[in-house]
Design a protein around this ligand. Structure first.
Ligand code: GLV
Ligand code: MN
Ligand code: MN
Length: 430
Protein backbone atom coordinates (compact mmCIF):
# COMPACT_ATOMS: atom_id res chain seq x y z
CA UNK A 1 0.00 0.00 0.00
CA UNK A 2 1.32 3.43 -0.86
CA UNK A 3 1.39 6.20 1.73
CA UNK A 4 -1.46 7.89 -0.16
CA UNK A 5 -3.58 4.72 -0.01
CA UNK A 6 -2.87 4.37 3.71
CA UNK A 7 -3.97 7.95 4.31
CA UNK A 8 -7.16 7.34 2.31
CA UNK A 9 -7.95 4.16 4.29
CA UNK A 10 -7.35 6.01 7.53
CA UNK A 11 -9.65 8.87 6.50
CA UNK A 12 -12.37 6.39 5.46
CA UNK A 13 -12.21 4.64 8.86
CA UNK A 14 -12.46 7.96 10.69
CA UNK A 15 -15.45 8.94 8.56
CA UNK A 16 -17.35 5.76 9.51
CA UNK A 17 -16.79 6.45 13.22
CA UNK A 18 -18.00 10.05 12.88
CA UNK A 19 -21.15 9.23 10.88
CA UNK A 20 -22.91 7.40 13.75
CA UNK A 21 -21.77 9.91 16.34
CA UNK A 22 -23.10 12.92 14.41
CA UNK A 23 -26.38 11.23 13.43
CA UNK A 24 -26.96 10.37 17.13
CA UNK A 25 -26.10 13.90 18.19
CA UNK A 26 -28.66 15.45 15.84
CA UNK A 27 -31.33 12.83 16.69
CA UNK A 28 -31.05 13.73 20.38
CA UNK A 29 -32.18 17.29 19.53
CA UNK A 30 -35.84 16.36 19.20
CA UNK A 31 -39.23 16.90 20.81
CA UNK A 32 -39.88 13.17 20.43
CA UNK A 33 -37.62 10.15 20.91
CA UNK A 34 -37.35 6.40 20.24
CA UNK A 35 -40.30 4.87 18.42
CA UNK A 36 -41.95 8.32 18.22
CA UNK A 37 -39.19 9.39 15.85
CA UNK A 38 -37.54 12.78 15.48
CA UNK A 39 -39.53 16.04 15.65
CA UNK A 40 -37.46 19.16 15.01
CA UNK A 41 -39.60 21.59 13.04
CA UNK A 42 -38.22 24.52 11.06
CA UNK A 43 -37.66 27.82 12.88
CA UNK A 44 -37.87 26.32 16.37
CA UNK A 45 -35.20 26.51 19.11
CA UNK A 46 -34.35 22.82 18.45
CA UNK A 47 -33.60 23.48 14.79
CA UNK A 48 -31.43 26.45 15.84
CA UNK A 49 -29.52 24.22 18.30
CA UNK A 50 -28.87 21.70 15.54
CA UNK A 51 -27.46 24.51 13.35
CA UNK A 52 -25.24 25.46 16.29
CA UNK A 53 -23.81 21.89 16.46
CA UNK A 54 -22.88 22.23 12.79
CA UNK A 55 -21.43 25.72 13.30
CA UNK A 56 -19.24 24.63 16.23
CA UNK A 57 -17.95 21.55 14.39
CA UNK A 58 -17.04 23.63 11.34
CA UNK A 59 -15.38 26.45 13.26
CA UNK A 60 -13.36 23.83 15.18
CA UNK A 61 -12.08 22.68 11.76
CA UNK A 62 -10.93 26.26 11.16
CA UNK A 63 -13.66 27.31 8.73
CA UNK A 64 -15.34 30.71 8.95
CA UNK A 65 -19.01 30.32 9.81
CA UNK A 66 -21.94 32.70 9.55
CA UNK A 67 -25.70 32.57 9.77
CA UNK A 68 -27.74 34.61 7.27
CA UNK A 69 -31.03 36.44 7.76
CA UNK A 70 -33.02 33.42 6.50
CA UNK A 71 -31.46 31.30 9.27
CA UNK A 72 -29.21 29.35 6.88
CA UNK A 73 -25.77 28.52 8.31
CA UNK A 74 -22.77 28.66 5.98
CA UNK A 75 -19.20 27.54 6.72
CA UNK A 76 -16.48 28.53 4.27
CA UNK A 77 -13.04 27.14 3.50
CA UNK A 78 -11.28 29.96 1.66
CA UNK A 79 -10.06 29.46 -1.91
CA UNK A 80 -7.26 31.16 -3.79
CA UNK A 81 -9.11 34.48 -4.10
CA UNK A 82 -11.79 33.71 -6.66
CA UNK A 83 -15.35 34.25 -5.48
CA UNK A 84 -17.38 31.54 -7.28
CA UNK A 85 -17.85 28.96 -4.58
CA UNK A 86 -18.60 25.26 -4.70
CA UNK A 87 -21.31 24.38 -2.21
CA UNK A 88 -22.67 21.31 -0.51
CA UNK A 89 -25.17 20.74 2.27
CA UNK A 90 -28.79 20.03 3.14
CA UNK A 91 -31.22 20.67 6.04
CA UNK A 92 -31.56 19.82 9.73
CA UNK A 93 -35.29 20.31 10.32
CA UNK A 94 -37.62 17.30 10.30
CA UNK A 95 -41.28 16.52 9.76
CA UNK A 96 -43.31 15.66 12.90
CA UNK A 97 -42.37 12.10 13.96
CA UNK A 98 -39.84 11.83 11.16
CA UNK A 99 -36.62 9.87 10.84
CA UNK A 100 -32.97 10.41 11.78
CA UNK A 101 -31.61 10.67 8.23
CA UNK A 102 -33.69 12.95 5.98
CA UNK A 103 -31.58 16.10 5.51
CA UNK A 104 -29.19 15.08 8.28
CA UNK A 105 -27.21 12.76 6.00
CA UNK A 106 -26.45 15.63 3.61
CA UNK A 107 -25.31 17.87 6.46
CA UNK A 108 -23.19 15.11 8.01
CA UNK A 109 -21.70 14.40 4.56
CA UNK A 110 -20.82 18.11 4.24
CA UNK A 111 -19.23 18.14 7.72
CA UNK A 112 -17.16 15.02 7.03
CA UNK A 113 -16.19 16.21 3.57
CA UNK A 114 -14.86 19.41 5.21
CA UNK A 115 -13.08 17.32 7.84
CA UNK A 116 -11.45 15.07 5.21
CA UNK A 117 -10.30 18.05 3.15
CA UNK A 118 -8.94 20.09 6.06
CA UNK A 119 -7.18 17.14 7.70
CA UNK A 120 -5.38 16.35 4.44
CA UNK A 121 -4.36 20.00 4.08
CA UNK A 122 -6.30 20.43 0.84
CA UNK A 123 -5.98 23.99 -0.52
CA UNK A 124 -9.01 24.69 -2.73
CA UNK A 125 -8.98 27.03 -5.71
CA UNK A 126 -12.64 27.93 -5.27
CA UNK A 127 -14.09 28.82 -1.88
CA UNK A 128 -15.78 25.66 -0.58
CA UNK A 129 -19.07 26.40 1.22
CA UNK A 130 -20.84 23.97 3.50
CA UNK A 131 -24.45 24.95 3.96
CA UNK A 132 -27.34 24.06 6.28
CA UNK A 133 -30.60 25.42 4.90
CA UNK A 134 -33.32 26.47 7.33
CA UNK A 135 -36.88 25.11 7.37
CA UNK A 136 -36.71 22.77 4.37
CA UNK A 137 -39.69 20.60 5.23
CA UNK A 138 -43.06 21.75 3.93
CA UNK A 139 -44.72 19.96 6.84
CA UNK A 140 -45.01 23.02 9.10
CA UNK A 141 -46.04 25.81 6.71
CA UNK A 142 -47.15 23.94 3.57
CA UNK A 143 -44.33 25.20 1.35
CA UNK A 144 -40.98 23.41 1.31
CA UNK A 145 -37.45 24.81 1.12
CA UNK A 146 -37.87 28.11 2.91
CA UNK A 147 -34.19 28.93 3.51
CA UNK A 148 -33.07 27.88 0.04
CA UNK A 149 -35.98 29.80 -1.56
CA UNK A 150 -34.78 32.95 0.20
CA UNK A 151 -31.21 32.25 -0.95
CA UNK A 152 -32.42 31.73 -4.52
CA UNK A 153 -34.83 34.69 -4.47
CA UNK A 154 -37.86 32.50 -5.28
CA UNK A 155 -39.89 33.83 -2.36
CA UNK A 156 -40.08 37.03 -0.33
CA UNK A 157 -41.41 38.46 2.91
CA UNK A 158 -44.84 39.20 1.45
CA UNK A 159 -45.39 35.59 0.30
CA UNK A 160 -44.02 34.18 3.56
CA UNK A 161 -46.38 36.35 5.63
CA UNK A 162 -49.28 34.40 4.13
CA UNK A 163 -48.01 30.92 5.03
CA UNK A 164 -49.16 29.82 8.48
CA UNK A 165 -48.72 26.66 10.52
CA UNK A 166 -51.60 24.81 12.15
CA UNK A 167 -51.44 27.16 15.17
CA UNK A 168 -51.82 30.20 12.90
CA UNK A 169 -48.16 31.29 13.28
CA UNK A 170 -46.77 32.76 10.05
CA UNK A 171 -43.29 31.94 8.75
CA UNK A 172 -42.19 35.50 9.55
CA UNK A 173 -43.48 35.24 13.13
CA UNK A 174 -41.70 31.91 13.58
CA UNK A 175 -38.45 33.42 12.26
CA UNK A 176 -38.80 36.35 14.63
CA UNK A 177 -39.42 34.01 17.58
CA UNK A 178 -35.99 32.37 17.08
CA UNK A 179 -34.15 35.69 16.85
CA UNK A 180 -34.08 36.17 13.07
CA UNK A 181 -34.88 39.53 11.53
CA UNK A 182 -37.57 39.12 8.84
CA UNK A 183 -37.09 42.80 7.86
CA UNK A 184 -33.74 41.94 6.28
CA UNK A 185 -34.64 38.83 4.28
CA UNK A 186 -33.20 40.19 1.05
CA UNK A 187 -29.72 40.06 2.60
CA UNK A 188 -29.90 36.24 2.41
CA UNK A 189 -30.08 36.31 -1.41
CA UNK A 190 -27.20 34.54 -3.20
CA UNK A 191 -25.58 36.27 -6.20
CA UNK A 192 -24.98 34.13 -9.27
CA UNK A 193 -21.41 35.39 -9.60
CA UNK A 194 -20.61 34.00 -6.13
CA UNK A 195 -21.45 30.42 -7.07
CA UNK A 196 -19.87 27.85 -9.37
CA UNK A 197 -21.92 24.78 -8.43
CA UNK A 198 -23.79 23.05 -5.61
CA UNK A 199 -24.13 19.33 -4.75
CA UNK A 200 -26.49 17.88 -2.13
CA UNK A 201 -26.20 14.42 -0.61
CA UNK A 202 -29.56 13.01 0.56
CA UNK A 203 -31.13 9.68 1.39
CA UNK A 204 -33.11 8.23 -1.52
CA UNK A 205 -36.48 8.01 0.33
CA UNK A 206 -37.40 5.11 -1.95
CA UNK A 207 -36.09 1.58 -2.51
CA UNK A 208 -34.72 1.68 -6.07
CA UNK A 209 -31.04 1.68 -5.01
CA UNK A 210 -31.37 -0.96 -2.29
CA UNK A 211 -33.48 -3.21 -4.57
CA UNK A 212 -30.87 -2.86 -7.32
CA UNK A 213 -27.94 -3.44 -4.90
CA UNK A 214 -26.43 -0.12 -6.05
CA UNK A 215 -23.85 1.64 -3.89
CA UNK A 216 -25.02 5.14 -4.65
CA UNK A 217 -27.49 7.13 -6.76
CA UNK A 218 -26.86 10.13 -8.99
CA UNK A 219 -29.96 12.28 -9.47
CA UNK A 220 -30.82 13.73 -12.87
CA UNK A 221 -34.30 15.20 -12.16
CA UNK A 222 -36.18 16.38 -9.06
CA UNK A 223 -39.97 16.05 -9.03
CA UNK A 224 -42.09 19.16 -8.75
CA UNK A 225 -45.07 19.55 -6.45
CA UNK A 226 -48.34 21.40 -6.59
CA UNK A 227 -49.98 21.83 -3.20
CA UNK A 228 -53.67 22.62 -2.86
CA UNK A 229 -56.03 23.26 0.02
CA UNK A 230 -59.53 22.03 -0.84
CA UNK A 231 -62.21 23.23 1.56
CA UNK A 232 -65.56 21.46 1.49
CA UNK A 233 -68.47 23.46 2.90
CA UNK A 234 -71.45 21.55 4.23
CA UNK A 235 -73.87 22.20 7.07
CA UNK A 236 -73.02 21.25 10.67
CA UNK A 237 -76.08 19.79 12.36
CA UNK A 238 -77.29 17.29 14.94
CA UNK A 239 -76.13 13.71 14.27
CA UNK A 240 -79.33 12.23 15.66
CA UNK A 241 -81.91 14.80 14.68
CA UNK A 242 -80.93 15.28 11.02
CA UNK A 243 -82.39 12.62 8.66
CA UNK A 244 -79.89 11.06 6.24
CA UNK A 245 -81.62 12.58 3.23
CA UNK A 246 -81.46 16.13 4.66
CA UNK A 247 -77.71 16.22 5.26
CA UNK A 248 -74.92 18.28 3.72
CA UNK A 249 -72.05 16.28 5.23
CA UNK A 250 -68.69 17.81 4.30
CA UNK A 251 -66.75 14.71 5.38
CA UNK A 252 -68.79 12.36 3.19
CA UNK A 253 -68.02 14.68 0.28
CA UNK A 254 -64.35 14.89 1.27
CA UNK A 255 -64.10 11.09 1.45
CA UNK A 256 -65.34 10.79 -2.13
CA UNK A 257 -62.71 13.38 -3.14
CA UNK A 258 -59.89 11.43 -1.42
CA UNK A 259 -60.85 8.28 -3.33
CA UNK A 260 -61.15 10.20 -6.61
CA UNK A 261 -57.67 11.72 -6.11
CA UNK A 262 -56.22 8.28 -5.56
CA UNK A 263 -57.96 6.91 -8.68
CA UNK A 264 -56.73 9.88 -10.74
CA UNK A 265 -53.07 9.24 -9.84
CA UNK A 266 -53.48 5.51 -10.53
CA UNK A 267 -54.94 6.11 -13.98
CA UNK A 268 -52.42 4.82 -16.59
CA UNK A 269 -52.44 8.26 -18.25
CA UNK A 270 -50.90 9.63 -15.07
CA UNK A 271 -48.23 6.97 -14.66
CA UNK A 272 -45.55 8.61 -12.49
CA UNK A 273 -47.92 11.12 -10.86
CA UNK A 274 -48.27 10.87 -7.09
CA UNK A 275 -51.18 12.41 -5.19
CA UNK A 276 -51.30 12.43 -1.39
CA UNK A 277 -53.93 13.88 0.91
CA UNK A 278 -51.92 13.76 4.12
CA UNK A 279 -53.84 16.24 6.24
CA UNK A 280 -57.56 16.43 6.88
CA UNK A 281 -59.22 18.83 9.29
CA UNK A 282 -62.89 18.23 9.99
CA UNK A 283 -64.90 20.85 11.80
CA UNK A 284 -66.30 20.91 14.42
CA UNK A 285 -64.74 17.42 14.79
CA UNK A 286 -67.33 16.34 17.29
CA UNK A 287 -68.87 12.87 17.46
CA UNK A 288 -72.45 14.14 17.61
CA UNK A 289 -72.29 16.85 14.93
CA UNK A 290 -72.36 16.31 11.15
CA UNK A 291 -69.10 17.78 9.83
CA UNK A 292 -69.85 21.27 8.52
CA UNK A 293 -66.47 21.97 6.96
CA UNK A 294 -63.48 19.83 5.94
CA UNK A 295 -60.13 20.96 4.61
CA UNK A 296 -57.98 18.57 2.59
CA UNK A 297 -54.29 19.38 2.00
CA UNK A 298 -53.27 17.83 -1.30
CA UNK A 299 -49.71 17.24 -2.53
CA UNK A 300 -49.34 16.41 -6.25
CA UNK A 301 -45.84 15.35 -7.38
CA UNK A 302 -44.57 14.70 -10.88
CA UNK A 303 -41.44 14.84 -13.02
CA UNK A 304 -43.52 16.23 -15.91
CA UNK A 305 -44.47 19.90 -15.44
CA UNK A 306 -47.51 19.92 -17.75
CA UNK A 307 -48.89 16.69 -16.34
CA UNK A 308 -48.40 17.95 -12.77
CA UNK A 309 -50.44 21.11 -13.43
CA UNK A 310 -53.07 19.40 -15.58
CA UNK A 311 -53.56 16.85 -12.80
CA UNK A 312 -54.15 19.68 -10.31
CA UNK A 313 -56.78 21.25 -12.59
CA UNK A 314 -58.43 17.86 -13.24
CA UNK A 315 -58.56 17.13 -9.51
CA UNK A 316 -60.14 20.51 -8.71
CA UNK A 317 -62.80 19.96 -11.42
CA UNK A 318 -63.56 16.45 -10.13
CA UNK A 319 -63.66 17.64 -6.50
CA UNK A 320 -66.17 20.40 -7.40
CA UNK A 321 -68.35 17.85 -9.21
CA UNK A 322 -68.26 15.47 -6.22
CA UNK A 323 -68.94 18.28 -3.75
CA UNK A 324 -72.09 19.22 -5.68
CA UNK A 325 -73.17 15.59 -5.99
CA UNK A 326 -73.08 15.35 -2.20
CA UNK A 327 -74.93 18.66 -1.80
CA UNK A 328 -71.95 20.59 -0.52
CA UNK A 329 -69.67 23.19 -2.14
CA UNK A 330 -65.92 23.48 -2.59
CA UNK A 331 -63.19 26.15 -2.63
CA UNK A 332 -59.73 25.39 -4.00
CA UNK A 333 -56.68 27.39 -2.93
CA UNK A 334 -53.14 27.01 -4.29
CA UNK A 335 -50.66 26.76 -1.37
CA UNK A 336 -47.44 26.24 -3.33
CA UNK A 337 -46.26 25.21 -6.77
CA UNK A 338 -42.77 24.10 -7.73
CA UNK A 339 -41.87 22.83 -11.19
CA UNK A 340 -39.76 19.68 -11.66
CA UNK A 341 -36.05 20.48 -12.04
CA UNK A 342 -33.45 19.03 -14.41
CA UNK A 343 -30.03 18.84 -12.75
CA UNK A 344 -26.74 19.52 -14.52
CA UNK A 345 -25.72 16.87 -17.03
CA UNK A 346 -22.07 17.81 -16.43
CA UNK A 347 -22.40 17.07 -12.72
CA UNK A 348 -24.09 13.73 -13.45
CA UNK A 349 -21.10 12.85 -15.65
CA UNK A 350 -18.49 14.03 -13.14
CA UNK A 351 -20.23 12.09 -10.35
CA UNK A 352 -20.45 8.94 -12.52
CA UNK A 353 -16.75 9.24 -13.25
CA UNK A 354 -16.02 9.61 -9.53
CA UNK A 355 -18.06 6.53 -8.53
CA UNK A 356 -16.29 4.50 -11.26
CA UNK A 357 -12.92 5.70 -9.99
CA UNK A 358 -13.86 4.56 -6.47
CA UNK A 359 -15.06 1.18 -7.77
CA UNK A 360 -18.68 1.78 -6.74
CA UNK A 361 -21.84 0.79 -8.59
CA UNK A 362 -24.10 3.77 -9.29
CA UNK A 363 -27.49 4.33 -10.82
CA UNK A 364 -28.83 7.55 -12.34
CA UNK A 365 -32.38 8.14 -11.10
CA UNK A 366 -35.01 10.84 -10.51
CA UNK A 367 -35.93 12.16 -7.07
CA UNK A 368 -39.55 11.83 -5.98
CA UNK A 369 -39.05 14.20 -3.03
CA UNK A 370 -38.37 17.94 -3.10
CA UNK A 371 -34.94 19.24 -2.11
CA UNK A 372 -33.17 22.55 -1.46
CA UNK A 373 -31.09 21.86 -4.57
CA UNK A 374 -34.22 22.50 -6.62
CA UNK A 375 -34.19 26.13 -5.48
CA UNK A 376 -30.41 26.49 -5.75
CA UNK A 377 -30.61 25.43 -9.40
CA UNK A 378 -31.93 28.99 -10.01
CA UNK A 379 -28.49 30.25 -8.92
CA UNK A 380 -25.89 27.80 -10.29
CA UNK A 381 -25.28 24.32 -11.70
CA UNK A 382 -26.57 21.69 -9.30
CA UNK A 383 -26.28 17.96 -8.66
CA UNK A 384 -27.44 15.42 -6.09
CA UNK A 385 -26.15 12.13 -4.74
CA UNK A 386 -28.52 9.61 -3.16
CA UNK A 387 -27.49 7.27 -0.35
CA UNK A 388 -29.61 4.07 -0.35
CA UNK A 389 -32.59 4.03 2.03
CA UNK A 390 -33.21 0.66 3.72
CA UNK A 391 -36.41 -0.72 5.34
CA UNK A 392 -38.14 -0.63 1.94
CA UNK A 393 -37.23 3.03 1.43
CA UNK A 394 -39.67 4.31 4.06
CA UNK A 395 -39.08 7.97 4.97
CA UNK A 396 -40.80 10.80 6.88
CA UNK A 397 -41.26 8.06 9.47
CA UNK A 398 -39.39 6.83 12.57
CA UNK A 399 -38.55 3.68 10.54
CA UNK A 400 -36.40 5.65 8.07
CA UNK A 401 -32.97 3.98 7.91
CA UNK A 402 -29.72 4.25 6.00
CA UNK A 403 -26.62 2.18 6.77
CA UNK A 404 -23.43 3.77 8.05
CA UNK A 405 -21.30 2.21 5.30
CA UNK A 406 -23.67 3.58 2.65
CA UNK A 407 -23.47 7.06 4.18
CA UNK A 408 -19.67 6.85 4.37
CA UNK A 409 -19.65 5.98 0.64
CA UNK A 410 -21.74 9.11 0.06
CA UNK A 411 -19.12 11.17 1.91
CA UNK A 412 -16.35 9.62 -0.21
CA UNK A 413 -18.07 10.35 -3.53
CA UNK A 414 -19.01 13.86 -2.39
CA UNK A 415 -15.43 14.64 -1.38
CA UNK A 416 -14.08 13.35 -4.70
CA UNK A 417 -16.73 15.27 -6.61
CA UNK A 418 -16.05 18.54 -4.77
CA UNK A 419 -12.35 18.18 -5.62
CA UNK A 420 -13.15 17.36 -9.25
CA UNK A 421 -15.37 20.45 -9.49
CA UNK A 422 -12.68 22.53 -7.85
CA UNK A 423 -10.14 21.43 -10.45
CA UNK A 424 -12.38 21.53 -13.53
CA UNK A 425 -12.86 24.82 -15.28
CA UNK A 426 -16.34 24.88 -16.68
CA UNK A 427 -17.49 26.75 -19.76
CA UNK A 428 -18.58 30.26 -18.80
CA UNK A 429 -22.36 30.51 -18.61
CA UNK A 430 -24.09 32.79 -21.11
C1 GLV B 1 -39.37 17.02 1.44
O1 GLV B 1 -39.08 16.23 2.31
C2 GLV B 1 -40.51 16.73 0.61
O2 GLV B 1 -41.63 16.85 1.14
O3 GLV B 1 -40.32 16.31 -0.54
MN1 MN C 1 -34.92 16.18 2.99
MN1 MN D 1 -38.24 15.54 4.16
Amino acid sequence: MTEQNLQAADAAERTVAWVDDLIDRFASLSETHGSDGVTRLGYTPLERRAHQVFATFMSDLGLSVHSDTAGNTIAELAGDGRCDGIGTGSHLDSVPHGGRFDGIVGVVAAMLCAQTLTSSGYQPRHPLRFVVFANEEGARFGQACNGSRLAAGTTDAEALGELRDRDGISVLEAMHSVGLDPERLNDARWRREDWDSFVEVHIEQGSVLADGADDIGIVDTISGSTRLRLTVHGVASHSGGTPMLARHDALVSASAIVLAANALARDPEHFGTRITIGRIVASPNSMTTIPGEVTLDVDIRDVDTDRQRQTALALIAKAKELALLHETSLDAHLIADTAPTLLSHRLVELASHETDRLGMVHRVLPSGASHDTQQISHVCETGMLFVPSRHGGVSHSPDEFSRTDDIARGVQVLTGLVKALDLTDRQPRS
